[in-house]
Design a protein around this ligand. Structure first.
Ligand code: SD4
Length: 318
């Protein structure tokens, strides 16, 4: 069995491309890197890679990670600027015994030395989003952080290897140097080829409080199906946060186990995922959370898919 699952609709083209490799017996490391790069390279996805939204100072600082579920090797970069594919730098770092997580200038130096492609990641479109948001925040007290999607993926290849990877520009209007859950092992992602993998999107500051990706893998290790594990972990963390702090940020999770079974859970409206397995063609699902914490999902309609692209590519009215 092989398969790949990812956060948000924007991942489906990448998942499709990665799964082409899995079909041919390709390995989960190459497939997930290819899949994430596809999302990073698409300029209209405004929260990952090229075209990603900038921080408060109008700089695009990116976070990304890679984990090999066979060896438990982890590599990550945080707050890296001016490099085209942070996930590839993270994967390269995962081969290092020490210094496998680098931030900002250190990460850039490493990427330069290793010959990774330099690129100005701030597009005119992202600048327009920035200016518009600055205006909206002033006028309507809008939350600066709303409207942000991170790509997180879990992959299983036909040889039984599992990987996880993430890539994001973090929260829009974040402070310079702010790092979220996405490059943090156990919070934004985790993969263990003996059990399965999980990945997160949402408010990093809250996702990290539950080390939630590790928690899901732990629950799967105890015998839970990925769906039950995701629902339990999200419900518990959501409740804990509300009990202790009055509010819980956005928490959305995906997972897959060694059999290619998968699961998803969220505490928000409007979460979507992309999945493909040996038995399932590339599919986008819209996820709905029930009052009791259970999550159901339905295949996104053609109309929803078309509308998604239209709104992503529409001109920005400033
Ligand atoms: C972060 N978790 O940097 C990321 C943001 C995100 O959908 O997932 N947005 O906190």
């Amino acid at each position: 069995m092989w398969g790949m699952i990812a956060t948000w609709r924007m991942a489906v083209e990448g998942v499709t491309k990665g799964c082409e490799m899995l079909k041919e017996g390709g390995n989960a490391g190459d497939a997930i890197e290819t899949a994430v790069r596809e999302v990073e390279d698409f300029p209209y996805y405004k929260s990952v890679g090229y075209g990603g939204l900038p921080n408060e100072e109008m700089e695009v600082e990116l976070d990304a990670a890679f984990m090999d579920g066979d060896t438990l090797d982890v590599g990550a970069v945080a707050a890296i600027k001016d490099y085209a594919n942070p996930v590839s730098i993270a994967r390269r770092l995962s081969h290092e015994k020490v210094n496998s997580m680098l931030v900002a200038e250190g990460a850039e130096k490493f990427a330069h030395k290793e010959g990774f492609e330099r690129k100005n990641m701030l597009t005119d479109r992202a600048k327009a989003h920035y200016r518009k948001r600055v205006k909206e925040i002033k006028q309507q007290e809008l939350k600066p952080y709303s409207g942000h999607d991170t790509v997180g993926m879990v992959c299983l290849d036909a040889h039984g290897k599992m990987t996880a990877a993430t890539s994001t520009s973090g929260l829009f209007m974040k402070k310079k140097g702010r790092v979220g859950d996405s490059p943090i092992v156990g919070s934004g992602f985790y993969a263990d080829s003996k059990v399965g993998g999980a990945s997160a999107t949402g408010l990093g500051e809250d996702l990290m409080k539950g080390c939630i990706s590790y928690e899901i893998v732990r629950l799967m290790k105890e015998g839970m199906h990925p769906q039950a594990a995701c629902e339990l972990a999200v419900t518990r963390l959501d409740q804990e946060l509300k009990e202790r702090r009055g509010v819980a940020g956005d928490l959305s999770l995906i997972a897959m186990n060694t059999k290619g079974e998968w699961g998803v859970a969220t505490n928000i409206e409007g979460f979507s995922i992309a999945v493909e397995t040996e038995e399932l063609e590339p599919t986008v699902y819209l996820v709905t959370r029930q009052e009791d914490g259970h999550c159901t999902f339905e295949v996104a309609s053609q109309e929803w898919m078309e509308n998604y692209m239209k709104t992503r590519m529409a001109p920005i009215e400033e």
